[in-house]
Design a protein around this ligand. Structure first.
Ligand code: COA
Length: 154
């Protein structure tokens, strides 16, 4: 996937600690993109163990414009969550770049596969990255959006 716009080159990628000032920005971007449009709040998510996860951010200067998290779900598998890119930065390879970096991190942790729960609307994005659908689409509890499980071997 080429960076047609040159936007990717303007960004710095770094791990975000839950104790850092940057962590507040992760709550804001997740709230605005993933929760508010559904009439929900990120404050309803249980993030109490997020300090155990790898939270990767893409920054334009000090502004967080994209992120995702990687959770150890079992000895061999990792779970990819909270994949978001600010609307004005989309379709420039940033979501792809974040996931490729988290896949590297999962390999470093000796994981053999990555799973994720995809919104049905963005299945082509994950298929483009080599993920395949597992099972039937479903609506998770406390949600209004159809999702499907997807996975890929590392
Ligand atoms: C899904 C999302 C993270 C993709 O981020 P992005 O940086 O725009 O993705 P990329 O530029 O890396 O896309 C790579 C390729 O994936 C595919 N793709 C990306 N977004 C797509 C979409 N909305 N629909 C269909 N295909 C898509 C395209 O093939 C794209 O290549 P192209 O731009 O050359 O056509 C972003 O659209 C987003 O934040 N959406 C809202 C939040 C969300 O739904 N997150 C996922 C929760 S499961």
């Amino acid at each position: 996937m080429a960076d047609k716009s040159g936007k990717l080159d303007q960004l710095n990628f770094r791990i975000i600690d839950t104790d850092s000032d940057d962590y507040g920005q992760t709550l804001l971007i997740r709230h605005e993109i993933l929760r508010r449009p559904l009439g929900k709040s990120i404050a309803e998510d249980d993030l109490s163990r997020e300090n155990e996860d790898c939270i990767l951010g893409a920054f334009y200067g000090e502004q967080l414009i994209a992120m995702a998290t990687l959770k150890d779900s079992s000895e061999k598998d990792a779970l990819l969550r909270y994949v978001v890119v600010d609307e004005t930065w989309r379709r420039s390879g940033i979501g792809t770049a974040i996931i490729l970096r988290l896949e590297e991190e999962a390999r470093r942790r000796n994981k053999k596969s990555i799973r994720l729960m995809a919104r049905i609307t963005v299945v082509p994005f994950y298929e483009n990255l080599g993920y395949s659908k597992i099972g039937e689409p479903f609506i998770p509890d406390n949600h209004s959006v159809v999702h499907v499980w997807m996975a890929r071997d590392l």
